[in-house]
Design a protein around this ligand. Structure first.
Ligand SMILES: Nc1ncnc2c1ncn2[C@@H]1O[C@H](COP(=O)(O)OP(=O)(O)OP(=O)(O)O)[C@@H](O)[C@H]1O
Ligand SMILES: [Mg+2]
Length: 229
């Protein structure tokens, strides 16, 4: 593939919610993230961080402006195409891990592969097992989520986000529900996977220490990106 297209690019994106009263929550968002980049989004509660992440993740649609993933304009696609792009191009990590209690660690990590029609390829299974080993869960593959610590559960969720080999991983306060030590381990794991796999990461965080360790920090204030000082 010819290099470099952006992993994601937002051009003049705005978002207004209308539940009876129209409320604009994002204004004039211009943002480009290149492959392999690790970008942190910070800002006060209600400043629009999750809304921005949901737009980049095709979980919501902009009111105006364009969103490009891998150079392709995805702003106007039908929902079935958006679902394919979410599955093949994006990985998601949330504050709560959403692991399924009836599946073990390996099965949970492989869940996104089930969204594809074909059976999970043996090489995918091997890749996921080796990732789980790398994150220190090699001896927990057959454990259920409820038999793991909070930090271990979040590590499974991070590996799961890489199941379909995405270009861009979107993480919304992935350490928000963890104590300091587990949060640090989870953050360092994401950074490690970013550096070894060159996947782009866009991470919302309230933790200034983690944000300072990103390649770049985006400050959101009342729905706008604060210009670089
Ligand atoms: N579905 C919705 N309908 C109406 N308003 C919404 C909706 N989702 C979000 N908002 C509003 O948009 C604004 C931004 O919300 P958002 O969830 O993006 O904030 P945030 O920066 O992620 O905050 P936090 O740090 O608390 O998670 C808020 O004022 C919120 O009330
Ligand atoms: Mg939020």
């Amino acid at each position: 593939m010819s290099q470099p297209v952006s992993a994601v690019r937002l051009c003049q994106v705005a978002k207004t919610y209308d539940n009876g009263v129209a409320t604009q929550v994002l204004f004039d968002i211009n943002l480009e993230i290149v492959p392999g980049e690790f970008v942190a989004i910070v800002g006060a509660s209600g400043s629009g961080k999750t809304t921005l992440l949901n737009l980049a993740g095709l979980l919501d649609t902009p009111s105006s402006g364009d969103i490009f993933l891998g150079g392709r304009n995805v702003s106007q696609l039908a929902e079935d195409e958006r679902a394919y792009i979410r599955r093949d191009y994006l990985g998601f990590i949330f504050q709560f891990h959403y692991l399924l209690p009836e599946f073990n660690v390996l099965e949970n990590a492989l869940l996104p592969c089930r969204l594809r029609s074909q059976a999970t390829a043996p090489e995918t299974r091997e890749r996921m097992i080796s990732l789980l080993r790398e994150v220190g869960l090699g001896d927990r593959l057959s454990y259920r989520p409820q038999q793991l610590s909070g930090g271990q559960q979040q590590r499974v969720a991070i590996v799961r986000a890489l199941a379909n080999d995405p270009v861009l991983v979107l993480a919304d306060e992935p350490t928000g529900n963890l104590d300091r030590k587990s949060g640090r381990a989870v953050f360092e794991l994401m950074r490690f996977l970013n550096q070894t796999t060159r996947k782009a990461f866009l991470m919302v965080t309230h933790d200034e220490t983690f944000a300072a360790e990103a390649d770049r920090i985006i400050h959101l204030e009342d729905g706008r990106i604060r210009p670089a000082q």
